[in-house]
Design a protein. Structure first.
Length: 151
């Protein structure tokens, strides 16, 4: 009597393990996607934090003419790009463009002051203006997309 019971328990365990294994295979792609999505979010958050730090340091260095304004611009545009990648919707992107415009206007003032005190060149000022205008255009395009989505 004990041997058939052991056999039945063994068969039942095998069947249960087999069904659990097949359920793991069904749930596994979904779980993998969820895990990857979570990791991507964490990486994006970390990347944005690092780039904000890079921008802050770059601004201080640029104020003292220790780095070129073009390096500061590159850092700020990299931050904007990373922020846009993690933005959830168009209104979030609009906010990010407005924030970028505010900082680019500060950079433009810095470039003007550096030019005025012979610490900068007209080329630097024009580069900052061109980037600011680029973001102004992107902002207006985002506003148009947002208006279309609202209708």
């Amino acid at each position: 009597m004990k041997v058939p019971t052991l056999i039945l328990i063994g068969i039942a365990a095998t069947v249960l393990l087999a069904s659990a294994s097949s359920q793991d295979k069904v749930n596994s792609p979904r779980q993998a996607i969820e895990e990857s999505t979570k990791k991507i979010g964490q990486f994006q958050t970390e990347r944005i934090a690092i780039l904000k730090n890079v921008v802050d340091i770059s601004f201080k260095l640029a104020e003292n003419s220790r780095i070129e304004l073009s390096e500061l611009l590159e850092a700020r545009m990299s931050l904007l790009s990373a922020e846009l990648e993690s933005a959830k919707d168009e209104s979030g992107r609009i906010t990010l463009y407005k924030q970028a415009l505010d900082t680019l206007k500060q950079y433009e003032e810095l470039a003007k002051k550096q030019l005025e005190f012979s610490r900068g060149t007209e080329l630097r000022l024009l580069q900052v203006k061109a980037r600011r205008l680029e973001v102004e255009i992107l902002l207006e395009q985002a506003k148009m997309r947002n208006a279309k989505e609202s209708n």
